[in-house]
Ligand binder design. Structure first.
Ligand code: GLS
Length: 839
């Protein structure tokens, strides 16, 4: 249907097309063509980036047919769609993943070889879109992969930050932040769609006025309008024809506003206005698990949420679906409270702009939204000061007040004479300065509320959202997180995949429970041998990498003990450090002691304003400086901080891990997803009963997991009875020596002040209970060391960890969401043959 009005019959062309063909010859031709016509280069002067771009466009062309066919099918069927709203999408590099999902990795590898290029090098060249902080943003990305793979109509909505998560450098052991200019070399994966731009209002005030029929209505007179321009990226499923869309909004100035200032001669003022508008999508807030309460952040939230909702109404109009059916056409999943201002915004759109009554609008809103909570940490629960909120969103504040009034009436009805409950549950916190409580707003405005692991959901119900659980028990449910095996196995661990392929085929890529079949080989000595050999090769690559990037020599036969995640006190990287110091002290006391050689690898970023987290990074590097150089250690221990942990980097590291450190204080890590990535790649976990560790332990069996630390109940009980960290320090000589070594300046060139804040914290109130968990952690680590010496036992454990990871595929999570409350069915996409009109 290229020429819909043509009277000529359209003739199908059976030959391969340069933009769709998958043969090596066609790929080579397309690549050369793109280098010439898009990059405008000939091979002799082309840079590696030119080659990367030429290949990326070659691959993108092959996505486009699937993408357009998908969009066309959804449009024609007016398919029910999930809108996944998230302030973060930590996508990672796109090229490799698209090659895997298209099923053309090997062909492209060969095509590049024949052209004298190295695919690995080209993959390295890609600047990843780091539009997220950590687990929450990466979860959104994994879910997009699974949604497309499961052929579920979906749209991801977020912000196209010009600067993603900062790049981390290490100078003198300290973290240094560098802006992430990920767009500077161009982004071949996105298509701007300026024709679908929308405007968003900010600030100003509201007025009650009569409309043309004499009905009184609220009018919002903003003092600022910003334009949102959508940039679309195709999200291809694994070996399906489905390619969904990630739609990210870029903020720009609205022309007319500039003109106003230009007309009045205020040239610089107009330019300034433009900058202010464009600032909205300038930079990702670099905090994980902590809310900053900054005005610009609220502007980002309303900006992308309002753009997205208007985009959804545009889509409905295009499909002739009346707005009354909003909740049938879309379910909006709120990825944490960051997009929860969508609730009053949808109310405003329906009432103020589409003339619905309150009850009608509220009926639709309540059936549209579903809310995922991702944290129990009080500092991460978003609240906006009323003054700030009202200044930026006066109309939304009025709507929230009205939602609150009606909601509190409901509470009164259900729990008469319980005044304290009203105070506790109000959407407005009135205990001091007044705040809007976004999590509560999300609970009231959604029909589903979920936690991200069984324990987390249980704690939400018992604790943080207990009142809401009593009010709306039917809304609560658990959806344990998952990860995509496409990126975190097929793409990142080809060696393991090859071995799996030889024994159990490839079914597991789409049905991770198939990994169970590995259990049949766990007693096969030949297989175990191959398993070890595979791990050894992967470790050797990482050894080489470390040597070339840091100059540090790592013993390939040492245990690779890895903690890679954001830096946060609750994640307790410093507990890991106490273990390192303890081993070091044992060696110093007895240089000939028998010790299982270990390489401790750390990776992760600290929020730039989080002093204590940065100090922990400095401590790791300082301990490494001493330990790595001490001749008594004789290379039995190595401590390496791998800077600038990212998705790209993570993909290199997980496959090499043997021990996965998941040691958060029980009750603090909502789920964790790194824990799943490590185990899927054959690492064995040392961990607390926290987040999804609980379920990993359940799946792999206690004999294949190293459990340590207090349980959540024990943590609560100990706090209640009065926790005294000092007493653990006094009682345990190894702990005391480890702390004393830090406090004395041993790791800081004799300066006792450097790490004093850390030591004071630990011996003072030790909020995250490192002192209480130290002994259990150290004893468990001693067991780990023992186990590692028994090669057969360790290999068995490793194989069984992989075999039993089926549950943690994000496909399983997405299926749960679909069946439980999204109520969305897969839609098959038929690939239309490429056709060409011939005269
Ligand atoms: C987080 C939690 O801290 C993680 O435990 C969780 O796995 C992740 C995805 O659900 O969400 N919440 C958060 O603010 N950042 C996270 O990574």
């Amino acid at each position: 249907q290229i020429l819909p009005n043509s009277s000529e019959p359209l003739k199908e062309v059976r030959v391969e097309d340069d933009r769709t063909g998958l043969s090596i010859e066609t790929l080579k031709r397309a690549f050369a063509d793109n280098l010439f016509y898009i990059q405008g280069k000939f091979p002799e002067i082309a840079s590696r980036n030119d080659f990367y771009m030429a290949l990326a466009y070659t691959v993108r062309d092959r996505l486009l047919r699937r993408w357009l066919n998908t969009a066309e099918t959804y449009t024609r069927n007016a398919s029910r769609t999930v809108a996944y709203m998230s302030a973060e999408f930590l996508m990672g590099p796109q090229l490799g993943n698209n090659l895997i999902n298209l099923g053309i990795y090997d062909q492209v590898n060969q095509a590049m070889k024949e052209l004298g290029l190295d695919l690995e090098e080209l993959l390295e060249e890609e600047e990843e879109p780091g539009l997220g902080n950590g687990g929450l943003g990466r979860l959104a990305a994994c879910y997009l992969d699974s949604l497309a793979t499961l052929e579920i109509p979906s749209l991801g909505y977020g912000i196209r930050y010009e600067f993603g998560i900062f790049e981390q450098d290490i100078k003198d052991g300290w973290q240094v932040e560098i802006t992430d200019k990920w767009l500077s070399a161009g982004n071949p994966w996105e298509l701007p769609r300026p024709e679908w731009s929308v405007e968003v209002k900010l600030g100003g005030h509201t007025e009650m006025r009569a409309d043309e029929h004499g009905h009184f209505k609220v009018y919002w007179l903003p003092d600022k309008i910003v334009k949102g321009i959508p940039y679309d990226t195709p999200i291809l499923g694994y070996k399906t024809n489905t390619a969904n869309t990630l739609r990210l909004w870029k903020a720009e100035a609205v022309e007319s506003f500039d003109f106003y200032a230009f007309d009045s001669g205020d040239y610089l003022g107009a330019v300034h206005q433009k900058t202010v508008s464009e600032n909205i999508s300038k930079v990702l807030y670099p905090n994980d698990n902590s809310a900053q309460g900054k005005e610009l952040r609220l502007a980002q939230q309303i900006f992308f949420v309002s753009c997205s909702l208007k985009d959804m109404t545009r889509i409905m109009a295009g499909q002739n679906v009346p707005l009354e059916q909003f909740a049938d056409k879309f379910v909006i999943q709120l990825n944490d409270t960051h997009p929860s201002v969508a609730i009053p915004e949808l109310m405003r759109l329906l009432i103020d702009e589409h003339n619905m009554t309150w009850d009608q609008a509220w009926g639709i809103t309540k059936k549209t939204f579903a809310y995922t909570n991702h944290t129990l940490l009080p500092e991460a629960l978003e609240r906006w000061p009323i003054s700030l909120f009202g200044r930026m969103l006066p109309r939304h504040l009025e709507i929230i007040y009205e939602i609150n009034n009606r909601f509190l009436d409901e509470v009164r009805m259900k729990f008469p004479d319980d005044v304290d409950r009203l105070r506790r549950m109000s959407l407005i916190d009135e205990s001091g300065e007044r705040y809007v409580r976004m999590a509560f707003l999300a609970c009231v405005g959604s029909y589903s509320i979920n936690g991200v692991a069984a324990l987390h959901t249980e704690l939400l119900q018992k604790d943080v959202l207990h009142d809401f659980y009593e009010m709306y028990p039917e809304k609560f449910n658990n959806k344990t997180n998952g990860i995509t095996p496409r990126r975190f196995m097929v793409l990142s661990n080809p060696r393991l995949c090859k071995l799996l392929h030889s024994k159990i085929g490839d079914e597991w890529v789409k049905n991770l429970y198939e990994l169970r079949k590995l259990e049949g080989f766990v007693d096969d000595p030949e297989f175990r041998h191959q398993w070890r050999q595979m791990k050894q090769e992967i470790k050797q690559d990482v050894v080489d990498y470390i040597k070339s990037t840091t100059g540090i020599n790592v013993n390939v036969n040492s245990m690779f003990d890895i903690q890679a995640k954001r830096f946060h006190e609750y994640k307790r990287q410093h507990l890991n450090v106490l273990h390192i110091i303890t081993l070091y002290n044992r060696i110093k006391a007895n240089p000939n002691i028998e010790i299982t050689p270990r390489t401790f690898l750390f990776g992760g970023k600290a929020a730039p304003g989080y002093y204590m987290a940065k100090l922990i990074i400095k401590l790791i590097n300082s301990v490494g400086d001493i330990v790595n150089r001490d001749p008594d250690v004789r290379d039995r221990l190595k401590v390496v901080f791998l800077k600038d942990f990212s998705v790209k980097f993570a993909q290199k590291i997980y496959p090499a891990a043997e021990l996965s450190e998941q040691i958060s204080t029980a009750g603090k890590e909502a789920s964790g997803t790194g824990n799943m990535k490590f185990a899927l790649n054959g690492a064995i976990t040392i961990g607390t009963l926290d987040g999804a560790n609980v379920e990993i332990l359940e799946e792999v069996g206690a004999e294949n997991f190293f459990l340590c630390g207090l349980t959540t109940e024990e943590v609560y009980a100990l706090k209640a009875k009065g926790y005294k960290p000092w007493e653990y320090y006094k009682k345990d000589p190894e702990l005391k020596l480890a702390i004393d070594r830090i406090a004395s300046g041993f790791f800081s060139h004799g300066d006792p002040n450097l790490f004093k804040p850390l030591v004071d914290h630990l011996l003072g109130n030790d909020q995250y209970m490192l002192m209480a968990d130290y002994r259990s952690y150290i004893d468990t680590q001693d067991e780990v060391s023992q186990a590692y010496r028994d090669i057969d036992r360790w290999t068995r454990m490793s194989i069984l960890n992989v075999a039993r990871m089926g549950k943690f595929s994000s496909d399983r999570s997405i299926r749960d969401y679909c069946e439980d409350f999204w109520k969305i069915q897969p839609v098959k996409i038929d690939l239309k043959q490429y056709v060409e009109a011939t005269a």
